[in-house]
Design a protein around this ligand. Structure first.
Ligand code: ATP
Length: 326
């Protein structure tokens, strides 16, 4: 089958085609770039409205037939989700094919499992609005650890906004950190959960009181990524899993990948991070998980397909996986 994926949770208006026969994924995305500051939900929704038709047309160009339409039901910004959801319903109805409602965080996690061929990995999702450590057990992805306040990417973006760097801030922090040295910042892991807001306040105070910005960027990466690695390592230990996959836009960061790679190597665990186009928000991951759900008969009636901006990964009964012992 061929599945059309639609992604529109925040900044990326994205469409993709996934062909299960060839395992090929083609993605067309249009990013919303704020003129100033961070993401403005209304502007992001306006961008979604303008950009979705063209990205859909782009991937449908030359497609023979579509067997289902999969879309992100949440979590994300309500106004964006509603526009992308409306587009997905209209397409499913006009093409007369089933509709599949995908949890965006599970798509971030599943794309790494799909591309790696791993059986039962621990998944670290390091995205803009979220940070989760997930593992599959008894029919659900369990949230073993998560942020107690902001997502990791949004935290980094808040710091760069403070120093007037344009959105998104993560790549700029990565660049500046290359010339940095360690400056102390608080490290906050409580049990299996982490918090980023105190670190961001301390980082802002540090630059305001004259610490070199390169040093603050270096320490921001070292501190927040070590927190993620610590919880991921504990999750590997708790589940006895021998596989870790990375997901989410912050997963594009080379320092985070290197730290996780080292930790896994020291534990004798296999580590996989998908290529960049599958890490940042993209409809490819929605189409791939959508195809697995379709194969399991896990489709949704249009009448029941309302979006959910607070949709948690552990709310989803996992229909597309066999239970495997970890
Ligand atoms: P979510 O998937 O939780 O809804 P999101 O929609 O904001 O989040 P993603 O595309 O997963 O999106 O991630 C975007 C985030 O990734 C931004 O906060 C951005 O700063 C961050 N990011 C992108 N590249 C890098 C990098 N090289 N280093 C660190 N952070 C990065």
């Amino acid at each position: 089958p061929t599945v059309l994926g639609i992604e529109g949770t925040a900044w990326a208006a994205s469409a993709a085609l996934y062909d299960t026969e060839t395992d090929e994924v083609s993605i067309s995305s249009d990013a919303y770039q704020p003129d100033s500051g961070g993401l403005h939900p209304r502007e992001a929704a306006e961008h979604m409205r303008e950009a979705i038709p063209a990205v859909v047309e782009d991937v449908l160009d030359g497609a023979d037939s579509i067997d289902a339409v999969a879309f992100s039901r949440g979590p994300g910004l309500g106004p964006c989700l509603r526009i992308a959801g409306t587009a997905a319903r209209a397409l499913a109805l006009s093409l007369d094919v089933p509709l599949v409602g995908v949890n965006h965080m599970l798509a971030h996690a599943e794309i790494g499992r799909h591309r790696s061929g791993f059986d039962s990995p621990v998944c670290l999702n390091a995205s803009g609005a979220n940070a989760h450590v997930l593992a599959f057990r008894n029919g659900r992805y369990r949230v073993l650890g998560e942020t107690m306040d902001t997502g990791i990417g949004n935290a980094l973006d808040k710091f760069t906004r403070h120093v007037d760097w344009s959105h998104p801030g993560g790549p700029k922090i990565e660049h500046a950190a290359r010339d940095g040295e360690y400056a102390e910042l608080p490290y906050v892991v409580t049990g299996m959960d982490f918090s980023f807001s105190g670190i961001m306040s301390a980082a802002k105070e540090a630059v305001d009181s004259g610490t070199r910005i390169e040093d603050v960027c270096f320490s921001l990466q070292e501190t927040t990524f070590a927190m993620l690695a610590e919880v991921a390592e504990r999750a590997l230990s708790l589940t006895s899993s021998t596989e870790l996959v990375l997901g989410g836009g912050v997963g594009q960061n080379q320092r985070l990948r290197a730290m996780l790679g080292e930790m896994c190597e020291a534990r004798g665990v296999d580590f996989f991070a998908p290529e960049a186009r599958f890490l940042r928000d993209n409809a490819g991951m929605i189409a791939v998980l959508g195809a697995k759900m379709l194969a399991a008969g896990d489709t949704i009636a249009v009448a029941d397909s309302r979006v959910d901006s607070g949709f948690r990964p552990d709310q989803v009964p996992v229909t597309w996986r066999e239970e495997t012992e970890v």
